[in-house]
Every structure is written in C-alpha cells, then in structure tokens.
Design a protein around this ligand. Structure first.
Ligand code: R5P
Length: 312
C-alpha cells in the first residue's frame, strides 16, 4: 500500500485505471465524472486529496469530452489542495498536428500541452507519443514510456528467423530500428508513404529486402488502418510472407477493424491505451495490457525513483 498515493480516472480508460490500481494494490479513487442534463461535464472528487500525490488516468482520444474530463478533474484536484498532480495519458491525442508544415494549420499538440499545464498538471506520464518532440511542448516534467517492452515480452516465442521489422513510413524508422535491435539485431525495411490528404495513405516504394521473409510492421497509431493495410499490400507485392503488425494505440475509426481482418495482415497486436468499443473487438485483434508498465512507472514516480529503466 503506497502512502498518500491516489489514482483517479475519467471515463476514457476506466478498466485500465482499475488494472493499474490492482498492480499498485490500491483502490481506485472515488470521483463522480458525469453530465448535467444538457450534456455538460460535471465532476466531483468524492474523497479527501489534501496533501496527496494524485495520478489521473485518461487518454485523450475522441470525443473531445475525454480531454475535457481530464482538464476538469485536474482542476478539481488542484483546488482540493493535492500536493502533486500527474496526468497519466496512455494515448496523447491531438498529437498528429505537431508542427506548422502548411499555411494556416494549428499546432494542436501544443494547444493540448498548454491546456494541461494551465489546468494544474504538475507532471505528465504518457506512452509512445506520436513524435518525441512533444515532450518539449511542456514546461513541466514528461515521463515518456515506450510500449516496446510489452510487445517484446509478447513476442518472446515469435519466430525470428527470416524476420524483418518494417517501419510503415520514414517517420517511424527510429522506433523500428530500436525494436529490431531488441528482437536480436534483425534487419529493417522502410515503406516510403505519402499522404495526399488526411486519412489517405499512398505507398510509393519498399526500401529494404523483404522477399521470402516474414514482416513485423511497427506503428504508433492504427486509425483508419490505411497505413498498415497499404504497407502490407506493398510488402506482399515485393514477395513478403507472413505479415504481423504491432500498433500501440488502436483508434480503429470507422470500419478499420473489419478492413484489417480482411487484409493481408495475419496477426494484429495492439495495447489497451485506448479502450476498444465492444463492436470493434474481434478475435483477430490481440490486445496487450500496459497496466504493469504504467503501474510500475506510477510507483517509481511516487517513491521518487528513476523511471529511466522503463524507457527502452
Ligand atoms: C502516421 O504518421 C502515424 O504514425 C500512423 O501511421 C497513422 O496515424 C495511422 O493512421 P491510419 O491508420 O489512418 O493510416
């Protein structure tokens, strides 16, 4: 039992928050996270948090209500005199607009960082940010974990002979390389992807040797599924054999679940940073839990120990 440690949750990841509490051997903090009759969010923290080290678990995937619940919970806890507030954001949404690379676009990742800080968050704990530079959008400490150890543990008995790790776009090469190294210095391949418009992914070329090999695609997000389905088709055209995909954050918008099941991908592994709607769950999707990783990180932050051993 950790002293003065409290974990609360909004509605986005309630199951995950309970799992994290099981890891920490504490009970989830009592909070009312409901709605007024017009739909406005209403929050009430229902236990004393004065002087406590408070962690609020909430991913910020759509709807924006998830983000708003988190901001209001932080505000409520701050006004209740908590000693320190950590926003535990397994999936940091609004991260895909991270720079002004076209005229008249926002940097939404920075807007969210500003909102979290001004609400009263003292620290951020998150997993597989879309780009690592988002850490610098905050002036408070950010502990950025990787889901890679969770995937690697799951893949312990995975056949590694003739396996190539594939980055589905040039932006993810570093993560693919790190994964390939951890899996035993495997070769990597890179998909040269273009996005002619949002949510449309067009594969141009496959860079690297994939013919006659099994492929393991590594990505942070699976949203429409277009990126990894396009990658799998390109890999097949180049003569790849079995294709497996590991994606940390399963947004799975629209009919992505069905499209993936019908695609050339034979195994699809995701984590529970985002709770998958029951209608989108199917036997094809293997969901790994990140509760141990987050539970360990929370324990270490609370006891002022290094969390760097968890950054791999
Ligand atoms: C892009 O840079 C990301 O890493 C993902 O590849 C992308 O967000 C996945 O989106 P979708 O599944 O819609 O192609």
């Amino acid at each position: 039992m950790e002293e003065n440690l409290k974990v609360f949750s909004g509605n986005a990841n309630l199951e995950l928050a309970k799992e994290i509490c099981d890891v920490l051997q504490i009970t989830l903090g009592k909070a009312f996270v409901g709605r007024f009759s017009d739909g406005e969010i209403q929050i009430k923290i229902e236990e004393n948090v004065r002087g406590c080290d408070v962690f609020i678990v909430q991913s910020t995937f759509p709807p924006a209500e998830n983000l708003f619940e988190l901001l209001l919970m932080i505000d409520a806890v701050r006004r209740s005199s908590a000693k320190r507030i950590t926003a535990v954001i397994p999936y940091y949404g609004y991260a895909r607009q991270d720079k002004k690379d076209k005229p008249r676009v926002p940097i939404s990742a920075k807007v969210i960082a500003n909102l979290l800080e001004s609400s009263g968050a003292d620290r951020i704990l998150t997993i597989d940010l879309h780009v690592e530079q988002i850490q610098g959008f905050f002036d408070i400490p950010v502990d950025h974990l990787y889901a890679a150890p969770v995937f690697i543990e799951h893949l312990q008995d995975f056949e590694r002979k003739d396996l190539v790790v594939v980055s589905p776009d040039p932006g993810r090469v570093n993560r693919a390389r790190a994964m390939a190294k951890r899996l035993g210095n495997l070769p990597i391949a890179i998909i040269d992807k273009r996005r002619p418009s949002p949510n449309i992914a067009e594969v141009m070329n496959v860079v690297g040797e994939v013919k006659g090999k099994n492929s393991l695609i590594i990505d942070d997000i699976v949203d429409s599924g277009g990126t990894i389905i396009g990658a799998s088709e390109a890999l097949k055209r180049e003569g790849a054999l079995k294709i497996t995909a590991c994606c940390t954050h399963p947004l799975l918008s629209g009919n992505a679940s069905e499209k993936l099941q019908e695609s050339k991908i034979e195994e699809m592994i995701v984590t529970n940073t985002i709770s998958i709607h029951p209608e989108k769950r199917n036997a094809f999707l293997q969901v790994l839990t990140i509760s141990n990783l987050l539970g360990e990180a929370i324990h270490r932050i609370h006891t002022e120990q290094s969390v760097s051993t968890l950054f791999v």
